[in-house]
Design a binder for this molecule. Structure first.
Ligand code: SF4
Ligand code: SF4
Length: 92
């Protein structure tokens, strides 16, 4: 039986954090979140960024692995670890 790693691994208090200096609101990461924890916030017509719903975020790291601008980070994981984990999942 196959299992969904995002469903069964308990990441505890590990949550994604937005880096407002790097996130430009491009929205690449919006659809990758399996927990629907990412939303887009419009600050003005020209300025926007994402927000993380900490109640929904499970710390899986897919958003960090997707962002090309280092606009979101997950505590405790380096970019290299995230890329490796995502690569492993894609090979399953
Ligand atoms: S976190 Fe990265 S991918 Fe997501 S909206 Fe911001 S810049 Fe784009
Ligand atoms: S770490 Fe995972 S659950 Fe949390 S916002 Fe990013 S993609 Fe969604």
């Amino acid at each position: 039986m196959t299992s969904n790693v995002f469903t069964f691994i308990d990441y505890g208090d590990i949550k994604a954090k937005v880096d407002l200096d790097h996130c430009d609101g491009c929205a690449f990461c919006l659809d990758v979140c399996p927990f629907d924890a990412i939303s887009l916030v419009n600050i003005s017509p020209l300025v926007r960024h994402i927000a993380i719903d900490r109640n929904r975020c499970q710390g899986c790291g897919l958003c960090q692995g997707t962002c090309p601008k280092e606009g979101v980070h997950v505590e405790g994981f380096s970019m290299k670890e995230m890329s490796s984990m995502i690569g492993d999942l894609l090979r399953q």
